[in-house]
Design a protein around this ligand. Structure first.
Ligand SMILES: [Zn+2]
Length: 310
């Protein structure tokens, strides 16, 4: 009688164990940006728990390193970062202070996404940060080409499979599904941009070379004299002259820059100033990697139509 009475209790424990297992088994991932978090969620599904350090509306070169992130990193199985020195100003101390051997540079839980991506503008000859250029190892905004998104997602899926081999097939299937959905979306985006190939634009920061190459834009100048260096009157005047000469009617500004100089340039040249999002989370409604391109391309095409830019 006593043994029978204890049976439901044992079953309950078994059932509870089964129910809580997925949460416990989830791979704990910390990413430096919301884009990498979004791609991790695409391939990781229910078997990952993801936290992003930088927010999509912040300049990824200059993120404020809050102590709470050290705790997140301390508990992480995997750290995914953009690399190419994008996070050099703020991520290394967090990694060090996390005292987590899994996510130290070169450890199995340290994934530099740039190693799987196609990188543009790799400098020839010596470039140092002492010159003020925050892109010394090539352009670090490479996630803005969907093909690089695909490559990053594949690298993350492989890393998750190593970290949690029992769900390797699950991560593989999630990647295959993401790849398929991305191909469908790319056809939509290409069709949207096809009439505007070669369109000249100016951008505030040099965030868009991969995006421009993929969607046929021609970036002819930047509001910053060099990446990371604020606008100067001399450079701004030269840019205005160039835009008038080349009839440039679109200026793209990342959401974390002051709009005063771009607006002055707009007044002088008649160009439209557009706040384009380089990252997921740049606006509340942009919650995943697909919504990022939908948002930016729709904004751009509406502006092109309104200005009659060519
Ligand atoms: Zn940059």
């Amino acid at each position: 009688m006593k043994r029978l009475a204890s049976l439901p209790g044992a079953l309950l424990l078994l059932w509870m164990g089964g129910a809580v297992q997925p949460a416990e088994a989830a791979v704990k991932v910390v990413t430096s940006t919301e884009d990498l978090a979004a791609l991790t969620r695409e391939v990781g599904g229910d078997h990952v728990k993801v936290d992003a350090i930088g927010r999509g509306y912040q300049d990824p070169h200059f993120v404020e390193a809050k102590p709470s992130f050290i705790l997140k990193l301390h508990a992480a199985d995997l750290l995914v970062l953009v690399g190419r020195d994008l996070e050099i100003g703020w991520l290394p101390p967090l990694i060090q202070q996390s005292r987590n051997s899994k996510v130290q540079v070169g450890a199995p839980g340290y994934l530099d996404a740039s190693l799987s991506a196609r990188i543009l503008q790799i400098p020839t000859g010596q470039v140092t940060r002492a010159m003020g250029d925050v892109h010394p190892l090539g352009n670090p905004h490479y996630w803005l080409d969907p093909e690089n998104g695909r490559r990053i997602a594949r690298a993350i899926a492989q890393k998750l499979a190593q970290s949690d081999p029992a769900h390797a097939d699950y991560f593989g299937a999630r990647y295959a599904d993401f790849d398929k959905r991305l191909s469908v979306a790319e056809r939509r985006w290409d069709a949207l941009m096809a009439p505007y190939r070669g369109l000249k634009v100016v951008t505030f920061h040099n965030s868009w070379p991969n995006f421009a190459e993929r969607f046929g834009l021609n970036v002819v100048g930047h509001v910053e004299p060099r990446p990371g260096i604020p606008p100067t009157p001399g450079h701004t005047l030269e840019l205005i002259r160039q835009m008038k000469r080349e009839n440039v009617k679109i200026v793209l500004v990342e959401p974390y820059f002051d709009l005063r100089t771009p607006k002055a340039i707009g007044r002088e040249t008649g160009a439209r100033v557009l706040v384009m999002l380089p990252s997921v989370g740049g606006e509340k409604e942009v919650k995943d990697y697909f919504q990022l391109f939908d948002y930016d391309l729709n904004l751009l095409v509406s502006a092109i139509k309104e200005t009659g830019a060519k």
